[in-house]
Write a protein that binds this ligand. Structure first.
Ligand SMILES: Nc1ncnc2c1ncn2[C@@H]1O[C@H](COP(=O)(O)OP(=O)(O)OP(=O)(O)O)[C@@H](O)[C@H]1O
Ligand SMILES: O=P(O)(O)OC[C@H]1O[C@](O)(CO)[C@@H](O)[C@@H]1O
Length: 332
C-alpha cells in the first residue's frame, strides 16, 4: 500500500518534548511528499473528527515548547465496547493511510486495539514523564520532569536546612518509581520511597522512622529530605509527614510537586530523543513496518511490538538494583 496521508496524535499525559517529535515527524513526512494530519486531543479527535493538516509553519519554533500543539486527552470512548471499531471507521473517514501515536503504554494499548479493526500501519513513540514503558530506556519528557523536580527539591532543601526540618516531597510517576529514583539520587535525598522497594508497608515504615531517628540523633543531620513516588504508600505524603513527626519528634512538612513536573521547556536530552524517535518512526513506515513502538536501548534505536510495551517486572528489579547502589543510609 502506498502511503500518502499520515495521521499523528499525542495521547495520555502531555510530556515535554512531544512538540519536538511532532516537528520531526512533520518535516520528515513533508520531505517524503506525504501529508501530515494532526488529530487533536488524543483519540478524542478521532471520534469528533477534529483534525488539521500540519505544515512547515505549524512546526516552526515549537521545539522548545512544553505541552503539545496537538493537545492531548484520556479518551473514554476508545475503551468502550465498540470504541476501537469506531475509531477504525473514523480513521478511514479521514482517509488516513498510516497512524503515529505519541503517548504512554495506555495509548499503545489503544493503538493495538484499533489495529485489530484497521489493518494499516501504526507506529508508537514513547512520550510520558513516567518512563514506565517496556522496551525503551527513556521516554520523551522523563529527563525534563526530573530536572523540574530536582530544581524544586533543591529549593525545598534550602528551607529544610534553615529550619532543620524533615521534608516529605511527593513526585509523579503514576505507579512507577523512576522519577522518584532519579530526582532523589540527584538531590541527595536521605530516603527515596518507591512502591517497587516495599514488601510490607508497616515494616517498611517502622524501619523508616528508626532510620530517621538514627540520622537526626547520631549523625546530627541538619535537614532530611524524603522523596516519595505518588502511590508508593497507602497513606498520603501529608499523613506520612505527620506520622514521622509523631514518631521522631522532629518538625516535618510535606510538599506535593504535582503538575509542575509535566510542564516547561524540554531539556536537550528530550528534544534530541524526540527528534531521533520522530525521524525513526517515519523511516519505519517507509520500510513497511507496523504495530511497533520505536525506542532506544543502550543508545540504539529498537522496535518493540506495541502489545509488549507494558512495564515488566524486570523494570522493578533494575530500579531496586539502582537504588541499592546509591543508598547511603548507614542503618540499612
Ligand atoms: N485497554 C485499552 N483499550 C483501549 N484504549 C485504551 C486502553 N488503555 C488505554 N487506552 C486509551 O489510551 C489513552 C491513554 O492511556 P493512559 O491514560 O493510560 O495514558 P498513557 O498513554 O499511558 O500516558 P501517561 O503515561 O502519560 O499517562 C486512554 O485514555 C484510552 O483512550
Ligand atoms: O493529568 P491526569 O489525568 O491527572 O494524570 C496524572 C498522571 O499523569 C502523569 O503525569 C503521566 O502519566 C502521571 O505521573 C500522573 O499520575
Amino acid at each position: 500500500m502506498s502511503i500518502k496521508r499520515i495521521g499523528l496524535l499525542t495521547s495520555g499525559g502531555d510530556a515535554p518534548g512531544m512538540n519536538a517529535a511532532i516537528r520531526a515527524i512533520t518535516l520528515k513526512c513533508i520531505n517524503a511528499g506525504w501529508d501530515v494530519i494532526g488529530i487533536e486531543a488524543g483519540y478524542n479527535g478521532l471520534f469528533s473528527l477534529s483534525s488539521r493538516p500540519l505544515t512547515h509553519q505549524d512546526v516552526d519554533n515549537i521545539i522548545q515548547r512544553g505541552g503539545t500543539i496537538l493537545k492531548t486527552a484520556r479518551c473514554q470512548t476508545l475503551k468502550e465496547d465498540n470504541g476501537s471499531e469506531l475509531a477504525a471507521q473514523q480513521l478511514d473517514k479521514l482517509a488516513i493511510d498510516a497512524l503515529i501515536v505519541i503517548g504512554g503504554d495506555g495509548s499503545f494499548r489503544g493503538a493495538t486495539q484499533i489495529n485489530k479493526f484497521w489493518p494499516k500501519p501504526i507506529i508508537g513513540i514513547p512520550g510520558t514523564i513516567d518512563n514506565d514503558i517496556n522496551g525503551t530506556d527513556q521516554t520523551i519528557g522523563f529527563w525534563t520532569a526530573i530536572e523540574t523536580a530536582l530544581s524544586c527539591i533543591d529549593k525545598i532543601r534550602d528551607t529544610a536546612d534553615a529550619f532543620e526540618r524533615i521534608f516529605v516531597v511527593e513526585v509523579m510517576g503514576r505507579d512507577c518509581g523512576f522519577i522518584a529514583m532519579e530526582s532523589g539520587i540527584a538531590c541527595a535525598a536521605e530516603q527515596i520511597i518507591c512502591k517497587e522497594i516495599i514488601e510490607n508497608e508497616s515494616d517498611f515504615l517502622s524501619k523508616l522512622y528508626s532510620s530517621i531517628q538514627h540520622a537526626v540523633t547520631w549523625q546530627q543531620t541538619q535537614s532530611y529530605v524524603i522523596v516519595v513516588a505518588e502511590n508508593a504508600l497507602s497513606i498520603s505524603a501529608q499523613t506520612l509527614a505527620q506520622n514521622i513527626q509523631s514518631n521522631t519528634g522532629v518538625d516535618t512538612k510535606s510538599a506535593i510537586l504535582g503538575y509542575v513536573q509535566r510542564g516547561g521547556a524540554p531539556v536537550a536530552m528530550d528534544r534530541v530523543l524526540a527528534t531521533q524517535l520522530g525521524i525513526a518512526a517515519v523511516d519505519a513506515l517507509v520500510q513497511g513496518k507496523s504495530g511497533v513502538m520505536i525506542g532506544t536501548l543502550n543508545n540504539t534505536l529498537v522496535e518493540i511490538p506495541l502489545a509488549d510495551t507494558g512495564l515488566k517486572n524486570t523494570a522493578n528489579q533494575a530500579l531496586i538494583k539502582r537504588l541499592k547502589q546509591f543508598n547511603f543510609d548507614l542503618t540499612d
